[in-house]
Ligand binder design. Structure first.
Ligand SMILES: [Zn+2]
Length: 255
């Protein structure tokens, strides 16, 4: 088993350790991830209360918080903006924030856009990366980000067109790949199109597991790495090494 120990340490750039599914066993989930070679977990708080819990969980070694809000539940978003400002030195990113045209109803879309822009402005002014949710709205989210000249960007679980993604990647935008790549042709195509320089690993735990109806865990970023390695025809070590480097650089992590 020596090979497992020699492998690079991985970074899960996006998950939700505050989710109900993990209640009461967060330390175990973190320990299992560490044993699987995950060096850093970025947990994302959604909305004010959840963000406070994410900050608490981040007292564990290797867990860093990011703070955002679900685009389809924007009530109280002003308090989330204030919390981000107040906790700017503790958090490693703003997010997830963005657009959700799948869940949000049509007349809510302009509000989603306005709020998204406010979070982009804040992330830029604090010089923090922004983790973007863009379900069924990839093209629109990218348009807004580019128009606002956002630079430190992670498109998480991007479900849009791979050629839009490639255009964004040429501007330095990063794409984090969830373990659901195992059952998503669209995610596989995304990896085919994007250079390794623009890829990161995420679990989005407890959702987006390798197989449907399974609770996802941060340790499953290994599955993402394996798929990237297979699709790109490069060694697993190279994928692990490069995606970790990408994450360390983007989030300015200490590992
Ligand atoms: Zn998420």
């Amino acid at each position: 088993m020596a090979a497992a120990y020699e492998a690079a340490l991985l970074v899960d750039v996006h998950c939700h350790l505050t989710a109900r599914e993990f209640e009461g066993h967060v330390p175990r989930v973190i320990r299992e991830a560490v044993e699987a070679g995950i060096a850093v977990i970025i947990t994302s708080g959604l909305g004010y209360m959840d963000a406070l819990r994410a900050l608490e969980i981040s007292d564990y070694m290797r867990v860093y918080p990011s703070i955002g809000i679900a685009p389809y539940e924007l009530e109280g978003y002003e308090e989330v903006l204030e919390l981000i400002e107040g906790e700017r030195s503790r958090i490693v990113a703003v997010g997830e924030v963005g657009l959700d045209y799948w869940r949000g109803d049509r007349d809510q879309r302009s509000l989603q856009q306005v709020v998204f822009e406010e979070f982009i402005d804040l992330a830029k002014s604090l010089d923090l990366p922004i983790i973007v949710h863009s379900r069924s709205a990839g093209k629109y989210a990218l348009e807004i980000l580019m128009r606002k000249r956002a630079e430190r960007v992670v498109m998480h679980a991007f479900d849009g067109n791979a050629s839009y993604a490639a255009r964004a990647a040429s501007r330095g935008y990063m794409f984090s790949i969830p373990p659901s790549i195992a059952r998503s042709r669209q995610k596989q195509k995304l990896v085919e199109k994007l250079p390794l320089e623009n890829l990161l690993l995420e679990s989005d735990a407890p959702v987006l597991a390798p197989s449907r109806d399974e609770i996802n865990h941060p340790r499953n970023v290994k599955v993402s790495a394996e798929w990237i390695s297979r699709i790109k025809g490069v060694s697993l070590e190279e994928v692990e090494d490069k995606t970790t480097r990408n994450a360390v650089e983007l989030f300015r992590l200490r590992v």
